[in-house]
Design a protein around this ligand. Structure first.
Ligand code: F6R
Length: 244
């Protein structure tokens, strides 16, 4: 596991964007696994900036997203489909038909999740998966206690995740209670993984996930077993990590 220390959020975002752009330059037709949430927004901004300067070309890139709320329309500003278009896809020359977010509009959870897995397989697997880290150690929507061997599936969101996500909605009642998410197994099958984490509020979970025991109680801890993981943290997020 390669831990990279960044000064602050901006530095974290720039370092993470550097790793993603290296991937695109080395393999222009790569498959990127993408995340939503607040952490990667700066990374996407930096990628857009380099695209605007002519340094990056997304024309052959394909993307698959980690997760999506069940039941939100694509036009809903809280859907991850909408988020990805707002924060990245609409600003770069990616082919929209090469971007895949789990289909939260499909009420048939089994079919929507199987479809996402088959998209990933048909693309030849994920070259680089970007992840954020939940306050409780979740990755994607794989909450504490989730089985490590799952592929894309439908989950009930925990109380703590619903509360954490409520900041994006007008009221907590509007936060969806279920989501379709890549499973830990899907994530672990990515060739490379890049995790971005910032802020003092994540310091404790960073220490537990990357220096603590590997346990389903801290889903991100499984990443310690992956052969090619890079974690980019700002100083605050690393403040409780041992020997740093
Ligand atoms: C997003 C996702 C989540 C977030 C995590 C951290 O697609 O799967 O696991 O990465 O909840 O969210 P932020 O970055 O908002 O702290």
């Amino acid at each position: 596991m390669n831990i990279i220390r960044a000064k602050d959020y901006q530095d974290m975002s720039r370092k993470a964007a550097n790793i993603i752009s290296a991937q695109i330059i080395m393999k222009p037709d790569c498959v990127l696994g993408l995340a939503t949430g607040s952490t990667p927004i700066g990374t996407y901004k930096q990628l857009i900036d380099w695209y605007n300067k002519g340094d990056l070309d997304f024309s052959k890139v394909s993307t698959v997203n980690l997760d999506e709320y069940r039941g939100l329309k694509h036009t809903d500003s809280q859907s991850y489909y909408y988020f990805m278009h707002e924060n990245l896809f609409s600003h770069v020359n990616i082919r929209k038909e090469a971007t895949f977010v789990p289909d939260g509009t499909n009420p048939d959870a089994g079919a929507a999740c199987a479809e996402h897995e088959s998209v990933i397989r048909e693309l030849g697997g994920i070259d680089l998966q970007l992840l954020g880290l939940g306050n409780n150690g979740h990755i994607g929507f794989n909450e504490p206690g989730a089985a490590f061997e799952k592929e894309t599936h439908c989950v009930d969101l925990t109380e703590s995740t619903i509360k954490a996500n409520a900041r994006f909605f007008d009221s907590i009642e509007e936060v969806p209670t279920q989501a379709y998410t890549m499973g830990i197994r899907t994530i672990m099958q990515a060739k490379k993984i890049l995790v971005v984490v910032n802020g003092a509020g994540k310091a404790d979970i960073v220490a537990r996930a990357f220096w603590g025991p590997v346990t389903p109680e801290v889903p991100a801890s499984i990443l310690q077993m992956h052969p090619d993981v890079t974690v980019v943290c700002d100083e605050e997020a690393l403040s409780m990590a041992p020997q740093r």
